[in-house]
Design a protein around this ligand. Sequence first.
Ligand SMILES: Cc1ncc(COP(=O)(O)O)c(C=O)c1O
Length: 483
Amino acid sequence: MEALLIERTVAEPIQRQLYRQIAAMIRDKRLAPGSELPSTRALADDLGLARNTIVGAYDQLTTEGYLTSRPGARAIVVDLPANSPGSDRRSASASATAIRHPLSMRGESMMRQPFHHGAPGRFAFHPGMPDAQNFPFGVWGRLLARRATFGADMLFGTYHVTGLPALKEAIASYLVSARGVRCLPEQIVVTTGAQAAFDLLARLLLDPGDTVWLEEPGYYAARATFTVAGGNILPLTVDGDGWQMNPPEIAPRLIYVTPACQHPLGTTMRMDQRLRLFEIAERHNSWIVEDDFDGEYRFQGRPVPAIQSMDYAERVIYVGTFAKLLFPALRLGFMVLPPALCEGIPHALSTTGQFAPLVLQAALADFIDEGHMSRHLKRMRRIYAERRKLFQDLFAAELPANVTLSPAEAGIQLVAHLPADCDDRAVVEAADRLGVNASPLSKYYWSTSGNGLVLGYAACNKVQTEAGMRRLRQAIEQSRILY
Ligand SMILES: Cc1ncc(COP(=O)(O)O)c(C=O)c1O
């Protein structure tokens, strides 16, 4: 007990200091098991403290099982097992031998999936990132504050696990007019982003071993959820001629596509390919997951309607997100379910506990109803069209002729193809060192290889695009030397 060190100038109360130090001494056996502690009076005298302070610390140690005590007798140190939590000896041995707690097979698989959120503070070209400078934060802040100050019944309890009715209505009328989707508000489920929708769908629709037919190159974050659910992922090849609809030999239970703006190539599914997709899904009784993440940003002609608009067999699940229309950290997305899936969905969501915050939903419903979203979208379409043109012009002027841009019609990112003497991962690493963000195209392939860069242009103003392009050229030159 001589080792006790009481500090009177720190914020931690003295009784708490005593408790903490004696507990540590008992855990790591500096106080021998079975030994008696000094009486509360003796220790109070030794330390110059009030007796009540010692009594309080001993009582807490007794309550937690560090000490045993009988009335009138001195407190006795309990013999704790060697691995008691928090023991210094245990943490030393844990770090030495790296104790591994077993994960489930699903857990192992989840922890191996690619991370796709990039890093903040990069100078330019974050793939798929919308522009933050032009977002109407003033309006958004006002709407959010208005909803946050008075919850009442509607925004206080978690009654609306599938989404706030006002937002579901706003989404449904937006989808009907802007994306040609055929739906009623009851079919909408608001999620914490498109990724949460994929995760839920993977769990609802797939059993381990089920075949998933997924675009290659394709969205690796969607692939991750289907892989983790035990899906057997087979490639639906997308190339310069679009979607190669050669159905896999094993019937797909689920087909994942990005028809309005192929991710990452930015191409649009032609009518013959759409019809063939429906024919295959019909033959195999497959679900179709339509990820319409970027369909609003189309730079040739008018936006093409979602394929859900052609779905008379009710097998398409339409997934959308506000990550591009507003901003990714909002974490609000949605799906439009075929009627057959609507009844049980509140129970499924209630099981996961992963439903979207209602205050955010209420502010978003106001943002849409008061016309701010359509104004913002209209403005951003114009800004992005200019930025895209600048990006394409500078790309052609600054980068070597054998680094070519894919002819995308839509989306806020572009794919650059690299020559064989350039490895995309090496370029991405070199670009990262220069503060430029890019994704290697090879990350979007799994059964075959790709070599290129996925580059976002939307969040970069003129200065950033010009400087970013120079740095990208440097990165390509550097990686060629290292390669
Ligand atoms: C193909 C695709 N789908 C969906 C999303 C949106 O995902 P979330 O709403 O989870 O941010 C993204 C985002 O980058 C995407 O690239």
